[in-house]
Design a protein around this ligand. Structure first.
Ligand SMILES: [Ca+2]
Ligand SMILES: [Ca+2]
Length: 235
């Protein structure tokens, strides 16, 4: 069993092992130790990177979550405002409808209340004489308060230029009706009133500037001009 020659004996194997332990082991030990150190550095770097990534992700998720919550709150507030505004709009719409109905009723009552009788003089006179003519008959020169009334006057007496109860004789440029009320509707012809020659303080109505609508318009003239007058008797 323990023959001589090329056969290696058991003590020789032990010698090789001993040689390996004492000669090569320090080399491998040193080599692997260097590898381990490098690997540990990589692991540490990787761990740090992963940690940082986790922190960044967590921060991003937190920011997004906060923003999402804020947006949700904002959306709820807008929804609430929208609902409130819708309710308010509906209430205003209801109020508007009620007020419109009320206005129409009042207008109807007013129209009934201010029924008038109109007539036009046949003789041409100054504004003052025309007014006197009306007043002697329990009326006055016409006061026109609405387009409806102007249309009626236009249709009934439009063919004649006629005095109406409008003057700025008290204060130049401040037009008032004969009952001292101010204008609620205006139907001045283009460029009128112009107080031409600084001597036009009384108003007439006529077709001259009526235009295609055929609604007569107003112009100021000298109060001494001779024209017929439209009287209005209210009852
Ligand atoms: Ca005038
Ligand atoms: Ca004029």
């Amino acid at each position: 069993m323990y023959s001589k020659g090329r056969w290696m004996t058991l003590p020789n194997i032990q010698s090789l092992y001993t040689c390996f332990i004492y000669v090569l082991n320090p080399f491998f030990k040193k080599h692997f130790s260097r590898i381990n150190t490098t690997m540990r550095r990589y692991y540490r770097l990787t761990a740090v990177c992963l940690g940082l990534l986790c922190v960044i992700l967590l921060a991003a998720i937190t920011v997004l979550w906060v923003k999402f919550n804020n947006l949700t709150t904002e959306k709820d507030q807008i929804q609430t405002s929208y609902t409130s505004l819708t309710i308010e709009r509906d209430q205003l719409q209801t109020s508007y409808t009620s007020l419109t109905i009320e206005r129409d009723q009042l207008q109807t009552k007013q129209e009934k209340k201010t029924s008038s009788f109109y007539y036009i003089s046949t003789e041409k006179k100054s504004w003052s004489e025309s007014r006197k003519f009306c007043r002697e008959r329990g009326a006055d020169l016409v006061i026109i308060n609405s387009r409806k009334e102007q249309e009626f006057i236009s249709e009934a007496f439009g063919s004649s230029e006629a005095w109406i109860g409008l003057t700025d004789v008290d204060t130049e440029g401040v037009w008032k009706w004969v009952d001292k009320s101010t204008l609620t509707a205006k139907f001045w012809w283009t460029g009128e009133p112009n107080d031409y020659g600084r001597n036009e303080d009384c108003a007439i109505t006529g077709y001259e500037g009526a235009g295609s609508e055929r609604v007569s318009t107003w112009a100021d003239y000298s109060c001494d001009r001779l024209a017929v007058g439209i009287c209005e008797k209210r009852f």
